[in-house]
Structure formats: structure tokens, C-alpha cells
Design a protein around this ligand. Structure first.
Ligand code: PBG
Length: 325
């Protein structure tokens, strides 16, 4: 036996030399939920450990993450039902608390990377990412709404915008609107291959944003499809997306790998609420060891090809592994 793979595993030092995949806090983005008001910190029952925060608490949370070297945040607004309507007008209203909070965050922490969510669902009385006409989610009439929301977010100071709506042509349409208004530096993190997944449940609980009727299958991708992700990636790349995202992450590691092999843009993966909730539940039951299962999970997403990982475990990773793994 000349070849003995175990030689490279015999000590921590040698295993260190032979390690193929590294993950550190600079690769992570921490999703945060913000709501209007003061002194609010309300836990999401289906995602223990994650809270909806009012602006004051959000600023504290960002400060404590920044102290851990975690500098990247994607923020989602929990909007009161009374402010929702069919055309999501609150999304670009000058009164919008989400835009106000973004201004405060970028003023206090100019060095952080602040990412938005572009889609109608947090603001829509129909709970869909696009405009609903006679029960149908219409594509082209949704685009101007998304563009208006995007320009308002760029004005508020978001560094990158995250179109999560899956309307056709939206990346190019948004890029054009941003450039026309002079926001040439605002980036686009495109939700390129976003699947119609069961794993968004806790997120929809957090925002109370579940569709009022029907499902999202006419715009989000079919979980059975992989080659179709290449069509989406080709379009988003051609339309000027700065990063391409796959969502969910764990159940779509093959798609992450596929995009990484075929595109030069950084590939992001969204380790979504349901995927985090599953692990948390098993650990809280004593069935799995969080200290080992959490880093192994994030490493698997990275090994598949993700440059960037959005995960609700970002802060806990930063606390445990300040030097990375
Ligand atoms: C909606 C949006 C969703 C998520 C991010 N943006 C949910 C959906 O499409 O219904 C899910 C994120 C998660 O589950 O963590 N625009």
C-alpha cells in the first residue's frame, strides 16, 4: 500500500495543511428583521434565537456584530397590515420606516455592507412578490414598482439591493433605473435561482407575508429543475447582476455547484429560515450537537461553491470562530 489517505489525517496540524475549504466571518451575511416602533424585541416562534427588532435594538445588534467582525447584513421589514395595499406603495413612501432605518444604520456604521430586499410581498395586501391582477401575478406591470422601490432604497443608502421577486427582466430594469438616477455604485445581489420552497415558512411567520391566495409557483422555480437555473443565471449576469444567488442553500447544493462552475460572478447561497429552524429544533431537542452541526452545515454550503452565505447563524458563527474554520 503506497497510498494511505489516512497519513494526511493523522494530526490536527497535518489536517490543517490538507484542508480544502475555509470559511470565515467575512463570507457571511446576517439577515435581520426590523419593525417600526421603539424598544421591541420579539422572537420569531418558528425560528428560536432570531428576533424582530425595532430600530434602536437593530442598531445595537449591528454594533455587537460589527465588534465580532461581522459586517454584512440583509434587512427585511415587518410592515403593519394597515400599511399594505395592492400596489405596495408603502415600499417607496417617504414615511417608510425601513428606509429611515437604513439611513440611520449607514450613518452610524458607514463601513458595513447593508443589503435590501426588493419584492412586493412585505408591502402587498395580496402577499405576493408581484402585482396581482384577476388572480394572476403579472410580470411587466410589476417592474416599475420594483424599480421605484429600488431607487428609494438606493437613495436611503443600501449598498446592495436584493431582488427576491423572480419577475422576468427585473435585474436589467432595476439596473437601468438606478443608473438613470445616478446610483451607478449601488450593487445588485440577484436571487437568481430562487425555488418555490417549503423552507421559507419561519420567514413568512416573521413578516406575516404568506400569500393570501395561491402559491408562488408561477414565478419561483420548480424544485425539480437544475438546467433552468442556468437560464436564470445567464439572464441575470447579462442584465448586470453583481452576484448570483441560489436559494434555499442546503437542499440545492448541486445548483450552487453548477452556477459556480459556469459563472465568474461571486455566488451567494441563502441558508433559509426553514433550513436553520430544522437544525435548531434538532439541537434544542438534544438530538444534534449545535457546536458541531452548525459549522459543518455552513462548510458544506461553502464547499459546494458558495462565496457568500446568508445565514441566521452568522452571529453565532462569528462568536465561536473569530478566526474562521
Ligand atoms: C420574499 C422573500 C422570502 C425570503 C426572502 N425574501 C420568502 C418568500 O419568497 O416567500 C425567504 C428567506 C428565508 O426563508 O429565510 N421576497
Amino acid at each position: 500500500m503506497f497510498s494511505r489517505p489516512r497519513r494526511n489525517r493523522q494530526s490536527a496540524a497535518i489536517r490543517g495543511l490538507a484542508t480544502e475549504t475555509h470559511l470565515s466571518v467575512q463570507h457571511l451575511v446576517f439577515p435581520l428583521f426590523v419593525l417600526d416602533g421603539a424598544n421591541i424585541r420579539s422572537e420569531i416562534h418558528s425560528l428560536p434565537g432570531i428576533y424582530r427588532l425595532s430600530a434602536d435594538n437593530l442598531l445595537h445588534e449591528i454594533e455587537s456584530c460589527m465588534n465580532l467582525g461581522l459586517t454584512n447584513f440583509i434587512v427585511f421589514p415587518a410592515v403593519a397590515d394597515a400599511l399594505k395595499d395592492q400596489t405596495a406603495t408603502y415600499s417607496y413612501s417617504p414615511e417608510n420606516f425601513y428606509l429611515r432605518v437604513a439611513r440611520e444604520v449607514k450613518k452610524r456604521f458607514p463601513e458595513c455592507c447593508l443589503i435590501s430586499d426588493v419584492a412586493m410581498d412585505p408591502y402587498s395586501s395580496d402577499g405576493h412578490d408581484g402585482l396581482v391582477r384577476k388572480g394572476e401575478i403579472v410580470n411587466d406591470e410589476t417592474l416599475p414598482i420594483l424599480a421605484r422601490m429600488s431607487v428609494a432604497q438606493a437613495e436611503a443608502g443600501f449598498d446592495m439591493l436584493g431582488p427576491s421577486d423572480m419577475m422576468d427582466g427585473r435585474v436589467g430594469y432595476i439596473r437601468q433605473a438606478l443608473d438613470d438616477q445616478g446610483f451607478t455604485k449601488t450593487g445588485i445581489l440577484a436571487y437568481t435561482a430562487k425555488y418555490a420552497s417549503a423552507f421559507y415558512g419561519p420567514f413568512r411567520d416573521a413578516l406575516d407575508s404568506a400569500p393570501k391566495s395561491g402559491d408562488k409557483k408561477t414565478y419561483q422555480m420548480n424544485p425539480a429543475n437544475k438546467r433552468e437555473a442556468l437560464i436564470e443565471a445567464g439572464l441575470d449576469a447579462a442584465e448586470g447582476a453583481d452576484m448570483l444567488m441560489v436559494k434555499p442553500a442546503l437542499h440545492y447544493l448541486d445548483v450552487i455547484h453548477l452556477l459556480k462552475e459556469n459563472y465568474q460572478q461571486p455566488i451567494a447561497a441563502y441558508h433559509v429560515s426553514g433550513e436553520c429552524a430544522m437544525l435548531r429544533a434538532a439541537c434544542n431537542n438534544g438530538w444534534l450537537d449545535f457546536e458541531r452541526a452548525m459549522p459543518e452545515t455552513l462548510l458544506s454550503i461553502r464547499r459546494a461553491g458558495a462565496d457568500v452565505i446568508l445565514t441566521y447563524f452568522a452571529k453565532e458563527f462569528a462568536q465561536r470562530f473569530p478566526g474562521g474554520i
